[in-house]
Write a protein of this length. Sequence first.
Length: 388
Amino acid sequence: MGHSGSGWRRARFGMAAWAIAAACATALSACGGNSSTSNSGSSKSASDGTYTASSLAKAKAAVAPYLKPSPIPVKQPLTKQPPPGSKVVFVSCKSPECQQFVPGLKAAAAAAGVQFEQVLAGTSAQDVNSAFESAAQMKPLAIIDPALDPSLWRQAAKHLKAQGTPVVGHAVVEPPGNNFAATVMGPSALQKWGRLQADYVYTRTGNKSKAVYLNTPEFAIFGPMATSFKAELSSLCASCDPQVLNIPAASLGTTASSKIVSYLQAHPDIKWVVTSAPSQVFGLPPALKAAGLNVHIMSDGGLPQNYQYIKAGQQDADISLDYAQDTWLMMDRALRAGTGEKLSPDQQGLMASQQILTSNEMNFDLAKGWTAYPDYQSYFKKLGTPAS
């Protein structure tokens, strides 16, 4: 991305990005476990009854690529350079969490040689629609939507389509083709994430993998994950009977842990707590210890608190997402959509690099979060030189 002379600054991107999409959705919706032993799965024989051989082979095959960082998912250079004076507009909710996207997007825009603008949306459908209308009036190259439901900006969508301004959706359940020209962390990627969690759980405890999946109904992006987790684990283990426990958004960081503990006390056969958001288990390990409960915990999109739990042996694993790379991926999609590049189906809904992290991998600065490839900015810079 960007002109060949553009300097690349390191994005100062906070590690609350998974909670950011949730924060956007929350603002608008109303208007300790065992320490992990190895990332390679269990070495027990499938013949001892703990595992079904075919299920174990399937689960291990799915998990194997994520025992190391998955590749940056973009390989092709941009086909066109953004016109001089182009701008990309980020329509954001006003919460502090949403603002954590901004540093990375600003850095990516500067590297691409385009202007970055932000429009803040309020908490009502009217406010959101007005924000998108304001963004449209800027005649941008593209607009980035971090997780705002298209039904909230329906009228603005008509104007955007009329003037040919594409919108890139991030962490949205709607596939591209109607309101979105491109998506990042789309429905198929979220479903894959849920399946991968189930596969990992099975490699650890096989047919003894009784699990409860934590879902927060207010966040539509978590629904596909819960559904795919339950379906995948059921396909691997007919007796596992995975359950879904709804954790209200208002309870996150407050009463969520007590709700989970109460559920586990009423269901003593549950061996795993698996999350659709990393913050769902904040405070859970000490609550489990106080209640005398011992279950495995697996989160996704880990934040520093999750990594502290893993390092301390209070959480088993996390399927981590490189959030800093994520912002640059959003900008990459915006530039491609804005210059008229048609993305193939396999280039839609992509997720930034991921890896299953256990205590063995807690050798980075936990406070700064996990980065798959420290030179990701240089990688994207090379992609910004149009193919000849």
